[in-house]
Write a protein that binds this ligand. Structure first.
Ligand code: C2E
Ligand code: CA
Ligand code: CA
Length: 744
């Protein structure tokens, strides 16, 4: 049984049957067979490819992704004589186009598509590395035999053996590798057609002596340095000139390098070079023989693959894979010497989802591009790297920063870079971000741990309003982890019926009758006990879980209200039900249909339902945003403005809102709890009540805790009250008892 990605799927990869593998191998064989020099039949060749395809498939799915396993596939292909220059692009082309299609995880495995693509790119890279390596080994072997022939021919030629000279000429002229022979001073004596083709002109080659060709004229670009998967490291990349001097003095017989040369037309030739010393019959050094293999295409391909596998396609910033590669390097503990440090800044854009949802993905993409450009400028030295690791998530790595200040400076630079809005099609889009910073000595913590800490610290910055950074510390981490945990547990909590609803009575101040109740949700958490809504509603809002949760509360509450109303023992007016609606639900497309469906299913009259929306969600909302609420009001459902007075209400704007109830926040009535009321406070409440009544709104006061308070509010003209004086939130049947007690 094949290993399956942990956490990505439900079990063994049953969907990946051998049929798909065979189909993949068949396509692969069809593409490569024409460019092989194999003596196998087509069928044999296809059979040869099948185990190689299986290696690719298994590597793609391995729990721990080890792209290096695919190196053997490249080797296997060279062994099957796929050595034509055309072969590699065909080999990789088929992997690119069909591997994920035929051997990728089925939908039921749920491996994220971009992860799958990234893995596929890494696999191609590994195959190319294996291929190049095997090809070079093979070329080396060929070169060696040519060397031997040349050596024999040269010495025999000097003994004037014409036949031998002719034999040498034939080898020399028809060889596919470039061959050049020079004397010990470096004057070029002979070169073959292949070498001329490689450089573009014979005169161009002859105008320099061999030692001039050794200059590192095209030094390796720094991004190639130290790459772990590049197998083409020269045997002697250090001081080639020194090594060549040793050869000329007869102290070594050959050396090999991979090096860039200028061509006659100014372009770059990458060649794998094998230089050998030719001695005379007495063993004295006489000539230098250079064999050059053109590896330019292979290098380009490797570079492109490497780039694709390590960079984000949209922004061209380093991707998650490269970030972790660098983080791993930065976390390597030095043997001895002073302890090194590490700095990570995790950036998440504030409100990016809203841009994407309202202006579309194309605009979102352009915004990300603009952000990426700005972030690129924030990096000021080679030990810093900015990568894009998710939708609107970026991370800056600072390998061994001098102190914490240097890391917070980097974070401040990033915030600064985002402080001016992005101009897109005459539209100014503000971009802000929240940053979580981790700084500390290396050792003890793994890369995943560090990133997680930076991530939850970033959330802390978001909770404090965004557009800022926070620095990780252990205590805050622990608190955040609980929050983090709660957030992750929300979906399953709903499935496992861990939520329940309590009801708090709403009382008519005029005659103290029970008018109905407000539904308040609670979470009976298996570990933390009963959690109040303030602990989890904000989390549910930030993840969107509030939509299913809110719908569930609505269903429960409406069903409960209908039950009360059908209970013939229940005297007094038929109870109404108030349900809280989060601003996030308000932005959800299905809201109106959901409310209508819930009412329909239960049979509750729409007028018995009141949805409470906080004032901050309504004030300042434009017409479109209010449209769903208006349509709900049109159904006959009452809308209450909750927590009135806590926001920046413009009383005049109440006229435009589809609202029929005003719920006065507790803060207005605190001063009335005991003894004589504060005259100013009374005046304010009186004014609000007058205005509300003028606008045909009823006024509910929240947080009534004493009789004095209740009497005073009644005198001020408030209509309805809610608070501990009348009853705390409790189980549904308590309302029933309250009603009986009240009237009895
Ligand atoms: P809210 O809508 O303002 O609900 C009233 C809160 O005040 C409730 O807290 C209630 O227990 C508390 N309260 C009631 N009477 C008194 C009193 O006399 N004195 C004092 N000091 N407090 C009183 P709770 O249940 O913790 O709910 C907190 C908030 O959570 C609610 O504020 C509401 O905004 C939100 N919430 C509760 N259930 C839901 C829900 O199903 N959906 C959504 N979106 N939000 C909910
Ligand atoms: Ca409420
Ligand atoms: Ca309230």
């Amino acid at each position: 049984m094949r290993p399956v990605l942990a956490g990505y799927g439900p079990g063994p990869a049953t969907a990946l049957d051998d049929d798909s593998l065979a189909r993949f191998a068949a396509i692969w064989s069809r593409a490569i067979y024409p460019v092989t020099a194999t003596s196998m039949t087509k069928a044999e060749f296809e059979a040869h490819l099948r185990p190689l395809a299986a290696v690719l498939r298994d590597t793609l799915h391995a729990e721990r992704f080890e792209p290096r396993a695919a190196v053997s596939v490249g080797t296997g292909l060279v062994a099957a004589h796929c050595t034509d220059p055309e072969a590699l692009p065909s080999i990789l082309g088929v992997i690119d186009a069909y591997l994920v299609l035929y051997c990728g995880p089925g939908a039921d495995l749920g491996l994220p598509a971009d992860e799958c693509r990234a893995r596929c790119s890494r696999l191609q890279h590994a195959v190319a590395v294996g291929f190049a390596h095997a090809l070079r080994e093979r070329t080396l072997r060929e070169q060696e035999s040519i060397s031997r022939a040349a050596l024999n021919a040269k010495s025999e030629a000097e003994s004037a053996l014409a036949a031998s000279e002719a034999r040498f000429r034939a080898v020399f002229e028809t060889a596919a590798v470039g061959i050049g022979i020079a004397d010990l001073d470096g004057t070029i004596l002979e070169l073959n057609a292949a070498l001329v083709r490689m450089f573009g002109s014979e005169a161009f080659i002859r105008q320099r002596r061999t030692c001039d060709w050794l200059h590192p004229e095209h030094p390796e670009p720094p991004e190639h340095a130290g790459r772990p998967e590049h197998s083409g490291r020269p045997e002697h990349s250090g001081d080639t000139e020194d090594v060549n001097r040793e050869l000329v003095r007869g102290e070594r017989d050959h050396y090999q390098i991979e090096k860039a040369y200028p061509r006659a037309d100014g372009s770059v030739l990458w060649a794998d070079v094998q230089v050998s010393l030719l001695r005379d019959g007495a063993g004295q050094p006489r000539y230098q023989l250079a064999l050059l293999d053109d590896v330019t295409e292979r290098r380009r391909l490797l570079d492109r693959l490497r780039h694709q596998a390590t960079h984000d396609a949209l922004t061209a910033l380093p991707n998650r894979a490269l970030f972790f590669e660098r983080l791993d390097q930065a976390l390597e503990e030095p043997a001895g010497g002073p302890a090194r440090h590490i700095g990570v800044c995790y950036l998440d854009l504030d409100g990016f989802k809203a841009v994407n949802d309202s202006l579309g993905h194309a605009v979102g993409d352009r915004l990300l591009l603009a952000v990426a450009d700005r972030l690129r400028d924030c990096v000021t030295s080679p030990d810093q790297l900015v990568a894009r690791i998710g939708g609107d998530e970026f991370v800056a790595l600072y390998a061994d920063p001098p102190d914490r200040r240097a890391v917070t400076d980097l974070a401040a630079r990033i915030l600064g870079a985002l402080s001016t809005p992005v101009l897109l099609d005459d539209r100014q889009l503000p971009v802000h971000g929240s940053l979580g910073i981790v700084h500390g000595p290396v050792g003890g913590r793994g890369p995943a741990d560090i990133l997680r800490s930076a991530d939850i610290t970033m959330y802390r910055a978001k909770e404090r309003g965004g557009n800022r950074y926070e620095v990780a510390d252990a205590d805050a981490d622990a608190r955040a982890i609980t929050r983090h945990g709660l957030t992750n547990q929300l979906p399953s909590a709903l499935r496992h019926h861990e939520f329940f609803v309590e009801y708090q009575p709403l009382i008519a101040l005029e005659d103290n009758t029970v008018l109905g109740a407000e539904a308040l949700v609670r979470w009976s958490h298996p570990v933390h006990g009963v959690l109040g809504p303030d602990r989890f509603i904000p989390l549910a809002e930030s993840t969107g879980q509030i939509v299913p949760l809110g719908r569930w509360v609505l269903e429960q509450a409406v069903r409960q209200a209908q039950e009360w109303r059908q209970d013939t023992h229940c005297p007094g007016p038929p109870p109404r039900i108030n349900v809280n609606l989060s601003p996030v639900q308000l932005g959800h497309r299905g809201l109106v249909a959901d409310v209508a469906a819930v009412l329909d299913d239960s049979g509750l009259e729409p007028s018995a339902l009141c949805l409470e929306v906080t004032e901050s969600a309504l004030i300042g909302a434009d017409k479109d945003a209010l449209e769903p609420l208006r349509r709900i009001a049109d159904l006959g459902v009452a809308i209450a403005l909750d927590d009135f007075g806590t926001g920046y209400s413009n009383l005049a704007s109440l006229r435009w809102l589809p609202v029929s109830v005003l719920k006065l926040d507790r803060a207005f009535t605190l001063g009335m709890r005991r003894g004589p009321a504060d005259p100013m406070e009374s005046k304010i409440v009186e004014c609000i009540v007058t205005l509300a009544h003028a606008l045909d709104l009823t006024v509910t006061v929240e947080g009534v805790e004493t009789r004095v308070q209740a009497d005073h509010l009644r005198a001020l003209g408030c209509d309805t009250a809610q608070g501990w004086y009348y009853g705390k939130a409790g189980p549904a049947d308590r309302l029933h008892k309250l009603t009986l007690a009240d009237t009895g």
